[in-house]
Design a protein around this ligand. Structure first.
Ligand SMILES: Nc1nc2c(ncn2[C@@H]2O[C@H](COP(=O)(O)OP(=O)(O)OP(=O)(O)O)[C@@H](O)[C@H]2O)c(=O)[nH]1
Length: 309
């Protein structure tokens, strides 16, 4: 199943940082390699004024809200477009709005309904070098905007320090130092002008969706620091047991969700910011547990959630 998943790349970054410019560069280079790209564009407004830039592309637009929050369900539905045989693409690029939290986009792609069909390979964060320091001081008093800006950087797997054409070398060094500190040196950074980075670096797989099934003897070698791990047909657990098990991997766990059955009743569970909530569930997705995190201990997770008999 893993090989059949559609590779997904998420482009994130603040308003005007150069996401569309970087995407156009990527599309041009994908085509040179004979790859068929798909594009999902998200816009806050009800009209996208940039659609013309993507003429003749397999394009889906999600308008009037952010896929990371208000139009998350529309987004999941629209992704279905790329699963139809007539719309087949080799890889998919999702450009979030300038205020989107990419962690939430990854989270939506890693939902129980979509996990088997899509795999986020990388979250590319485009940072506007010409405005980075100014934005940090301009928004220093707004906790909400600061959180959004840091989420766009810290929830990425590759940073493009873009618009470096307009800044001095010492300013660029200062920004790189700050970004390195902010990301604890764990995210690769490339400095770019008009998003023109090496295509191999842009398409490198930096995140992995791992699937683990009970009774499997297959061993996954996990090379990627960010992963989503899906446990199909997990051990039967009640809410308290689930919470206890999740807390055992809380150091590396950012998010968990899934479908579980307790006393013959089915529930959709959500685990975020360390707390668990359960909602009755009536659709037909099979029981599963999905964990998203940083350097997840996959073997420990398998031992915790797979059925032992
Ligand atoms: N000088 C300079 N301008 C750039 C660079 N990259 C992009 N731009 C320009 O910056 C403007 C905004 O670029 P976009 O690619 O539309 O930015 P975006 O992040 O998609 O914008 P939103 O979707 O509105 O958030 C455009 O006029 C680009 O031509 C760069 O490296 N240097």
């Amino acid at each position: 199943m893993l090989n059949e998943k559609l590779p997904v790349y998420v482009l994130t970054g603040f308003l005007g940082s150069g996401k569309t410019t970087a995407l156009l560069h990527i599309l041009k280079n994908c085509k040179k390699r004979g790859l068929r790209p798909g594009i999902l564009l998200n816009e806050l407004g009800s009209v996208n004024v940039e659609t013309h830039l993507f003429e003749n592309e397999k394009l889906v637009e999600v308008l009037d809200g952010c896929v990371c929050c208000t139009v998350k369900e529309d987004f999941k539905k629209e992704l279905g477009y790329f699963l139809k045989s007539e719309n087949k693409v080799d890889l998919l690029f999702i450009e979030g709005t300038g205020v989107a939290d990419p962690g939430e986009i990854v989270d939506a792609v890693a939902s129980p309904e979509l996990f088997d069909y899509f795999e986020v390979c990388s979250v590319i964060s485009v940072v506007d070098a010409s405005r980075y320091l100014e934005y940090n001081s301009m928004f220093s008093s707004s906790k909400e905007i600061r959180k959004m800006l840091s989420g766009q950087i810290e929830n990425s797997t590759l940073i493009l320090l873009n618009k470096t054409d307009g800044i001095s070398a010492p300013k660029k060094e200062k920004i790189l130092k700050k970004l390195k500190k902010q990301t604890e040196g764990r995210i690769e950074m490339i400095d770019t002008q008009f998003g023109a980075a090496d295509i191999d670096l842009l398409l490198k797989q930096r995140m992995e969706f791992v699937q683990t099934k009970q009774y499997t003897s297959e061993h996954h070698t996990v090379n990627h620091t960010f992963q989503a791990v899906k446990i199909t047909d997990p051990e039967l657990l009640n809410g308290k047991e689930l919470e206890r098990k999740l807390s055992q991997v809380s150091d590396s766990l950012i998010r968990a969700k899934g479908i579980i059955t307790i006393d013959n009743e089915r529930y959709h569970f959500q685990y975020a910011s360390g707390s668990l909530s359960l909602q009755p569930y009536q659709n037909n997705v099979s029981d599963c547990i999905i964990l998203i995190g940083y350097k997840l201990p996959v073997d420990q997770i398998k031992a915790l959630f797979n059925r032992s008999n």
